[in-house]
Design a protein around this ligand. Structure first.
Ligand code: BGC
Length: 756
């Protein structure tokens, strides 16, 4: 018994935030209350009624120089690299910063958690795989985004972490970017709002949240060596605006600066993006941490606004920073500012007062949440002759083809990879999910389709590996449902928008054999569909998460009425994009590993510029409008099993809000995402409509509702680099309202006089 107790105590002391966790697990509410009071008397910063900034300053006053230096860098690669030391207290995540027990400052344990918590398997833990961030954003539902973040926060807490390093909000400028599944949208307002809510959800669990990768890390090819070039106004109105909105909404503890250069300087040592914009203009109070290995200097980075070097083994912010402070190259005040930002964020988010208490992650709750988000986020792109929802009373046979739909759903790779329970569903082996392989999660669409088809219906599965056999299976069934997958990952971009592994030919073969073909896409982002006209229905399920199989079946059979809209444009071909080829990518096909990721020295590769001024402010749907090109499926588009009618648009003077009526003219209840776009006066130099606001509305069949949507004045403004200010241009503003960026039945011109 004694041994057991010692072992247990040992476990607690080694756990993250062990110091405070032990406190939190004191003898009882009263004694822990009086212990807290006693501590607060001796250590006034432990008085939770004080302001986080005051508490931080009180604590910093007591810190030695060495303690301060210890806080501004991580303890190395830890579990990420074989052979790297793992310190006691390290919880097994991507990052670890030891705390200062004598001051009651807990360790910081950081976990990658873009779509769920990474590396859970290493410690036999479970983590919920959520749908991709892009899939969640397709719900256009800020509550779903908050829920998404709260699942992550809840599970981080249960696993003993106190900081998330998810929260990707890089703009989808490059639809072939390997990490788009971690990001939210090509539109800064949609992306910023959704990721802001996601990070709020994380922080609502007393976990430090993070927004990344700041900024213009819009492709993986050459991410460590490329210089993103974009004029300052365009940057403020696009990529930076997404960050501004997300950071403003969430007030995250951390902002992770990216690997790439931004107009000349590495993002992690750019005075312009860190000091001037993030900290000065936006008033960000948290700390800037580098992406892993993204720090390139000591003095320059420290003076530019970097507050924490991760994973910290490069030595920039350890001894060299201490020396720079002693030499006066970095002032003591700047070092204190770094510490202040870190410590105040710990107080503000509650990781000191409400430290994580380890518990068993609830996989059932996580799965239900993931399924709900997926049901709101899967986009019905095509549904001719009302083939969907499938009517079990009429369907006797279904052929399910491809995509490993018999066993599960695909997930995204890289540092966003979540470990699949039971191992990769297509090749179960014990151990963590390997980097660089497509991992399937055990949520079988086939199983749930079988459950929902009529008893006695013949539902067969064909793996789709042989087109002739697949066509035969399709021909023998009333309905053919083809599952196609596109695996994407950090460190790679896809050379083209085409589906990999000859899947276009598979769909074409099935469609030729069966006129009632439905395609379910499981993709990281937009893909081309040369077969679109030959199939009846298309459902984009993104990476659907651990509840994906059931969510897909629920939509196919109409238990759920689809409601999502595309958060990104689906181009008809690569040649329609602003950059027909991924800049810097030498390959012409397949998913390509970025050479700069392989070459860790990054010295043998030629740095290159990516000229984002080609499209400038005209990202995504704006480009298609400006160039008058027709996408395959436009931004904001998505079908429902209901239909919605818009009427009576009015715009308040000053463009403060819009009002209109929305009617469900269909025969079933459904949600409509009503979208508001604004075209600024001609003199603004932005010849395209931009999303300004939206509302997701639930309507019973036949119901009509008067809708009011407030407009944020910022979204009617342009950024002037003459005075670094936003201002409203003079002239007529065109407001358009409807259910897709390409279908806007209502319009209203707010004349110059009424627009101020
Ligand atoms: C990624 C980050 C991630 C970090 C730690 C980097 O390669 O770009 O998003 O948080 O690794 O795993």
């Amino acid at each position: 018994m004694k041994i057991f107790r010692i072992a247990l105590f040992g476990a607690i002391t080694l756990a993250p935030c062990h110091f405070s966790a032990a406190l939190a697990q004191g003898a009882g509410p009263q004694s822990s209350q009086s212990a807290k009071q006693e501590t607060a008397t001796k250590q006034p910063w432990m008085n939770s009624s004080l302001d986080p900034d005051v508490r931080a300053d009180l604590m910093i006053h007591e810190m030695t120089l060495d303690e301060k230096i210890q806080l501004v860098h991580g303890a190395g690669w830890g579990v990420l690299r074989e052979g790297a030391p793992v310190l006691p207290g390290h919880n097994g995540g991507a990052g670890f910063v030891p705390g200062i027990p004598r001051l009651h400052l807990p360790d910081i344990n950081l976990a990658d958690s873009a779509v769920g918590i990474r590396m859970a398997a290493l410690h036999s833990r479970y983590a919920t795989l959520l749908p991709s961030v892009l899939g969640m954003s397709a719900s256009w539902d800020p509550d779903a985004a908050f829920l998404y973040g709260s699942v992550i926060g809840r599970e981080l807490r249960a696993q003993g972490y106190n900081m998330s390093i998810g929260g990707g909000v890089d703009l989808i400028r490059e639809p072939r970017n390997g990490r788009n599944f971690e990001y939210s949208s090509e539109d800064p307002i949609l992306g910023g709002i959704m990721v802001g809510q996601l990070a709020r959800g994380v922080q609502s669990n007393h976990i430090m949240g993070d927004i990344k990768h700041y900024v213009l890390n819009d492709q993986e090819t050459g991410r460590n060596i490329l210089n993103a070039v974009l004029d300052r106004r365009a940057m403020r109105e696009t990529d930076l605006l997404a960050f501004q909105i997300a950071i403003g909404a969430a007030q995250p503890a951390g902002v992770m600066c990216s690997y790439n250069r931004v107009i000349g300087d590495y993002a992690c040592e750019s005075d312009y993006v860190l000091n001037q914009i993030l900290k000065h203009d936006w008033g960000f109070k948290g700390f800037v941490l580098s992406d892993w290995g993204g720090t390139h200097s000591t003095v320059k980075a420290a003076l530019a606004g970097l507050d924490m070097d991760q994973p910290g083994n490069d030595g920039y912010f350890s001894e060299p920073l201490k020396q720079a402070v002693l030499d006066g190259k970095v002032s003591q005040a700047r070092l204190d500012d770094m510490i202040h930002r870190i410590v105040r964020s710990m107080f503000a988010t509650g990781v000191i007062d409400e430290p994580p208490v380890q518990s068993v992650v609830d996989p059932f709750r996580g799965r239900d949440d993931a399924q709900k988000i997926e049901e709101e986020g899967a986009v019905l792109l095509q549904n001719s002759e009302g083939i969907l929802p499938l009517d079990p009373a009429k369907i006797r046979s279904i052929a399910i083809i491809g995509g490993h739909a018999d066993v599960g759903v695909i997930s995204g790779g890289g540092s966003a990879q979540v470990d699949a329970p039971g191992g990769n569903a297509i090749d179960p082996k014990p151990g963590p999910s390997p980097w660089g392989k497509a991992i399937y999660f055990p949520s079988s669409p086939l199983k749930y389709i079988r459950e929902q088809a009529a008893p006695g219906a013949n539902v067969i599965y064909d793996p789709g590996t042989d087109k002739a056999l697949a066509a035969k299976a399709a021909a023998s069934s009333q309905i053919a449902i083809v599952f196609v997958t596109q695996w994407m990952s950090e460190g790679r971009d896809s050379a083209t928008l085409s589906l990999p592994d000859d899947q276009d030919a598979l769909v074409a073969a099935v469609a030729a054999a069966n006129p009632n073909t439905v395609v379910v896409l499981e993709t990281g982002g937009p893909v081309t569909m040369p077969w679109a006209k030959d199939v009846k229905a298309i459902l984009e399920s993104w990476y659907p998460g651990i509840g994906g199989g059931q969510a897909i079946a629920n939509i196919l059979f109409g238990r759920v009425n689809p409601s999502a809209k595309l958060p990104v444009t689906f181009a008809a071909s690569d040649s329609d994009l602003p950059h027909p080829k991924v800049p810097g990518l030498k390959e012409t096909a397949g998913l390509n590993r970025d050479p700069a990721v392989r070459d860790l020295t990054r010295t043998r590769l030629e740095p290159f510029d990516v000229d984002y001024n080609v499209e400038g402010m005209a990202v995504g749907y704006r480009w298609f409008q400006e160039k008058n090109r027709k996408p395959l499926f436009p931004f904001g588009f998505g079908l429902s099993y209901s239909k919605f009618a818009y009427s009576n648009l009015k715009v308040e003077p000053g463009g403060k809000s819009v009002h209109f009526d929305l009617r469900n003219t269909g025969s079933r209840a459904g949600d409509e995402i009503a979208e508001v776009y604004v075209t600024l006066p001609a003199g603004a130099g932005e010849p395209f409509r931009k999303l300004a606001a939206w509302k997701r509305v639930s309507l019973a069949a036949g119901a009509v509702q008067a809708i009011d949507i407030p407009i944020d004045p910022l979204f009617l403004s342009v950024f002037s680099t003459d005075n670094d200010q936003w201002s409203r241009p003079a002239g007529d503003f065109l407001f358009e309202v409807g259910g897709s960026s390409a279908d806007l039945p209502l319009s209203y011109t707010l004349g110059q006089a009424a627009s101020r």
